[in-house]
Design a protein around this ligand. Structure first.
Ligand code: F6R
Ligand code: MG
Ligand code: MG
Length: 376
């Protein structure tokens, strides 16, 4: 059976501040999903939240970026916005950047990861939802899952994985994309994906199976009202087992809470903390960033699950480390590398400061290298 799994997400208002989604909004989204299943638009659906973002996890038989599916999600988010406004929740409707829906959600605020494939006799999939970070946060775990034999034993001992995987990487600033064949292109690829603010893995495929394996909510950035949008709290779909990484290999990278951008005012690095749904409410320094992993068995398009996969003592070590790293980074206060580099800050007073302090900066003469005739 050919199936599309779509996760479409948006922040339509926070409860309290930016920490969580209000239960009334969740209930409204669930009721819309139930109606869409009854009407035949969706085969199945689930609603989950990580921090202040609602994710609609849906199966259907239309292509990715389908107008009917995207406009359904848009309408759900408009409805949750109405509730957020009625309750005076924080940032009500903040991810709905346009008044009217047109064609698909690209550039309109909500993010989405979609994967079309032929359902296998047994189809384990994992939906990852994150808050207080950006799509480049998936680069390191995807690299480990699909390219690092120290993470994924199958790359060494499963013949179906021996040929490696192909990664599609977007350059978000130049509107370009490239495919890397790993392991052959491993070192070239790392040069780019190690800079996750700009180069982001969008898709992974298995050349041996001829199958897509993973998709992230990396969209081309859209310039709206002079500001780039579409680089927000990401989601990701990863298929597992039978020639793809095992569920345990897919989850293993998150045992290392790597540092990602996005915490507090979108302007700080902090550790990506793997948590259960019950703990997916970032309340310390608007962080640390959270990730939940919802596992489903897909069966005839039905979402059997979810299992809350980080609800496991085996990730307690990662959570403890994340707490220690957070303490360490917080002690830097407004200094880098806790605070992002100037060009990556989401909030900045720099432009105003440049203007205000312009006549207090005194020239110290020609640059020393120029005086000494040293070529730059
Ligand atoms: C939102 C976020 C928060 C806000 C911060 C300030 O996802 O990351 O850290 O940026 O709470 O919010 P405002 O400027 O709305 O008071
Ligand atoms: Mg918010
Ligand atoms: Mg959020």
């Amino acid at each position: 059976m050919d199936i599309t799994l779509s996760i479409i997400k948006a922040d339509t208002g926070g409860f309290v501040g930016h920490t969580a989604v209000h239960p009334e909004m969740m209930a409204a989204a669930r009721s819309e999903i139930t109606k869409a299943i009854a009407e035949g638009l969706l085969i199945d659906g689930n609603v989950a939240a990580c921090g202040d973002d609602i994710s609609l996890i849906m199966t259907h038989q239309r292509e990715p970026e389908n107008a009917a599916i995207h406009s359904f999600a848009w309408n759900v988010f408009r409805e949750t916005t109405v509730i957020a406004k009625r309750l005076g929740l924080y940032g009500a409707g903040q991810d709905l950047l346009s008044d009217a829906f047109s064609g698909n959600l690209r550039g309109m605020g909500p993010g989405y990861a979609e994967l079309s494939f032929t359902e296998r006799p047994s189809e384990p999939v994992i939906c990852f939802l994150a808050d207080k970070t950006e799509p480049g946060a998936w680069n390191l775990p995807l690299y480990k899952m699909f390219a690092d034999p120290f993470n994924t034993a199958g790359l060494v001992i499963d013949a179906k994985m021996h040929a490696g995987f192909r990664f599609e990487v977007y350059d978000l600033y130049e509107e370009k994309r490239i495919w890397f064949d790993c392991p052959k292109d491993l070192y070239e690829m790392l040069m780019f994906i190690g800079a996750p603010a700009r180069y982001v893995i969008h898709r992974v495929e298995s050349p041996t199976l001829g199958e897509p394996a993973a998709a992230t909510s990396t969209q081309r950035l859209s310039l709206i009202a002079g500001k780039y949008v579409g680089k927000d709290d990401p989601v990701m779909i990863v298929r597992a087992q039978s020639g793809l990484p095992a569920v345990g290999e897919v989850l293993e990278p998150f045992a290392f809470p790597h540092t990602v951008a996005g915490c507090m005012r979108g302007s700080h690095h902090a550790p990506l903390t793997p948590v259960s749904l019950a703990q997916a409410h970032p309340s310390r320094f608007d962080g640390p960033p959270r990730v939940v992993a919802l596992g489903f068995q897909l069966h005839e398009g039905k979402l059997i699950g979810p299992r809350d996969l980080f609800d496991d003592v085996a990730f307690d070590g990662a959570r403890t480390t994340a707490g220690e790293v957070m303490d360490y980074l917080r002690r830097h206060g407004p200094f880098e590398p806790h605070r992002l580099a100037l060009e990556d800050l989401e909030y900045t007073t720099m432009h105003e400061l440049e203007r205000r302090l312009a006549d207090r900066w005194e020239s110290m003469g020609e640059p020393v290298r120029a005086q000494k005739g040293i070529a730059s």
